[in-house]
Design a protein around this ligand. Structure first.
Ligand SMILES: O=C(CO)COP(=O)(O)O
Length: 143
């Protein structure tokens, strides 16, 4: 695994195109992070964003959300970009909630829609996303 701060990219089916466009537009910035993604999202990003290396985990409904949750619990994830479909029922709804819950428990910066993702990535500059309760502003961790 990379020693760069790591971001997870996850999108539900109706949001995958938005995620791919987001990744394409921000390829240069994203390239400064280690990237992981759930299976299908990662495949779609990798097809279009040939400059990026994305580690693909399982597909969301088959455990991908849980794998990302485990990374958060182990301190291996610094940011979560999760484009959620709020209008469709999901078979793995409990996994989705569990992932969001862990991002909240560990205070991982988490963008659930495009406009927040753009702001978050801009704030992150190229260096790291983790804030601490002692420093409410973005803490720039890596050089
Ligand atoms: O279902 C997902 C997140 O909950 C995303 O999984 P895929 O990227 O494999 O479609």
């Amino acid at each position: 695994m990379t020693d760069k701060p790591t971001l997870a990219l996850v999108a539900h089916d109706s949001k995958k195109e938005v995620m791919v466009e987001f990744a394409l537009r921000n390829q240069e910035k994203l390239g400064h992070f280690g990237l992981v993604a759930t299976g299908t999202t990662g495949g779609r990003i990798q097809e279009k964003c040939t400059d990026l290396t994305v580690r693909r985990l399982k597909s969301g409904p088959l455990g991908g959300d849980q794998q990302i949750g485990a990374m958060i619990a182990e301190g291996k994830l610094q940011g979560l970009f999760f484009f959620v479909d709020p209008l469709s029922p999901m078979p793995h709804d409990v996994d989705i909630k569990a992932l969001m819950r862990l991002a909240l428990v560990y205070d991982i910066p988490m963008a659930l829609n495009l406009s927040t993702a753009e702001i978050l990535l801009r704030s992150a500059r190229l260096q790291g996303l983790k804030t601490t309760s002692a420093t409410p502003e973005i803490k720039l961790t890596a050089s």
